[in-house]
Write a protein of this length. Structure first.
Length: 212
């Protein structure tokens, strides 16, 4: 199994169960995924990911686009539940990413930590980013990316965030050493447990439920 599928299996076999307003979830706390380029290739080849839609989504995020209709025009419908606009959500913070990437490419300073912080506290939001911080560091001429995710839907959110982070690294003019995700809470909703078992058993074209 690739490292992403391994963490799915770990949640199913070792996860604790809790109930919140979205129902029952099986979860693990403070997990870490360290992904080399070979690991990423393994995940992308062995797990279905909506690459085009996620690429378009990140592009709209980086443009600061908050109108949900613009996402729907790009074939992205999973934001419809938020209403007309994404308030204090990913576009609010991701629009700071292009100048940060330009700065990294211009400086390439190994002595500096370049940080994108998502999700200031105390501000009204209809969908606070689950990805909270992305840090770009340079070591021995290679890019080391670290990210903290406060809450991660292992079936839908986690593979999307892995791919978004990979797309970010592709914009940095340095070879990638690794992507490390620190997952504060990574979970599987009860409604997706059997589908996850089917996925790990080798079934294809599994469709997971969006829990909002």
């Amino acid at each position: 199994m690739n490292k992403y599928h391994l963490i799915l299996g770990k949640i199913l076999s070792h996860g604790q169960v809790q109930t919140n307003k979205k129902g029952h979830i099986r979860y693990l706390l403070n997990e870490q995924l360290i992904l080399t380029p070979a690991d990423l290739l393994d995940i992308f080849e062995g797990h279905g990911i909506a690459r085009r839609k996620l690429k378009d989504e990140l592009r709209l995020f980086m443009q600061g686009e908050r109108d949900v209709e613009k996402y729907r025009e790009a074939g992205i419908s999973w934001w419809d539940y938020c209403g007309r606009t994404l308030v204090n959500s990913y576009p609010t913070y991701m629009e700071k990413l292009p100048p940060l990437i330009d700065k990294i490419n211009a400086e390439k300073r190994s002595s500096k930590n370049y940080v994108l912080f998502l999700g200031a506290t105390g501000v009204e939001s209809n969908q606070a980013p689950c990805l909270s911080l992305v840090q770009f560091q340079i070591s021995n001429g290679q890019l080391v990316l670290s990210a903290y995710q406060r809450s991660s839907d292992a079936n839908l959110g986690l593979p999307a965030d892995i791919y978004h982070l990979y797309l970010m690294t592709r914009q940095i003019e340095l070879p990638l050493h690794s992507i490390t995700l620190n997952l504060g809470n990574v979970h599987i909703y009860e409604s997706n447990e059997e589908k996850t078992r089917a996925l790990l058993a080798g079934e294809e074209n599994i469709k997971f439920d969006l829990n909002v």
